[in-house]
Design a binder for this molecule. Structure first.
Ligand code: GAR
Length: 208
């Protein structure tokens, strides 16, 4: 069994998708958050999953928060750490500690639109497609080796909310699959490229 620790900051719908996928060989060891009010924490706790909130406001700086979070994570002996809507910038030391075993989901087709407000930025640039990316985490924000990408169309009447909702359906499909591929040992990284013997062509199909 591979232990999975999931970090969230809010709603936690991607975390829910991973939990509900019931991935063979995976055990959701804990759901942790920097936000005590994260709705996803209550959802996970109701299902008997260990949950803890560590409020980043209680720490003097990023290093102190990340060290405490790492200590908490390591109590669960994680094989994989999943950032599922975890809205904190991580220190290089934290990223190095989980190198090769920490993945993030980001709501854009990286390398386009790292950072925040991805959907509005895609609309402002006139993009005709948008989507999400799952990648290994490195110390560079939203930049690590790409595991999977899901693509959706941008429709004429879209605003940031309608586009976000369409991208989210792709996120919910892709993240459990990426976790399953990691758990099954299918992912190998060479430079910035991730090899996956499972056919990933379907991941990139346009979701209408
Ligand atoms: C998701 O859209 C995720 O891609 C995004 O936050 C949302 C969390 O939703 N993550 C980032 O923006 C990370 N930079 P959720 O809490 O319902 O999973």
């Amino acid at each position: 069994m591979k232990n999975i620790v999931i970090l969230i900051s809010g709603r936690g719908s991607n975390m829910q998708a991973v939990v509900e996928a019931d991935i063979p060989g995976a055990r959701i060891a804990a759901v942790l958050s920097n936000n005590p009010d994260a709705a996803g924490l209550a959802w996970a706790a109701e299902r008997g999953i260990a949950t803890t909130a560590l409020n980043h406001r209680d720490f003097a700086d990023r290093d102190a928060f990340d060290s405490a979070m790492a200590e908490l994570i390591d109590q669960h002996q994680p094989d994989l750490v999943v950032l599922a809507g975890f809205m904190r910038i991580l220190t290089p030391a934290f990223c190095a500690r989980y190198a090769g075993r920490m993945i993030n989901i980001h709501p854009s087709l990286l390398p386009a639109f790292p950072g925040l407000h991805t959907h509005q930025r895609a609309l402002d640039e006139g993009c005709r497609v948008a989507g999400c990316t799952i990648h290994f985490v490195t110390a560079v924000l939203d930049d690590g080796p790409i595991i999977a990408q899901g693509v959706v169309p941008v429709l004429d009447g879209d605003n940031a909310d309608t586009l976000a909702a369409r991208v989210l359906t792709a996120e919910h499909r892709l993240l459990p699959q990426a976790v399953a591929d990691f758990v099954a040992g299918k992912l190998s990284v060479s430079g910035k490229r991730v090899q996956n013997p499972r056919s990933v062509a379907a991941d990139a199909q346009l979701l209408v």
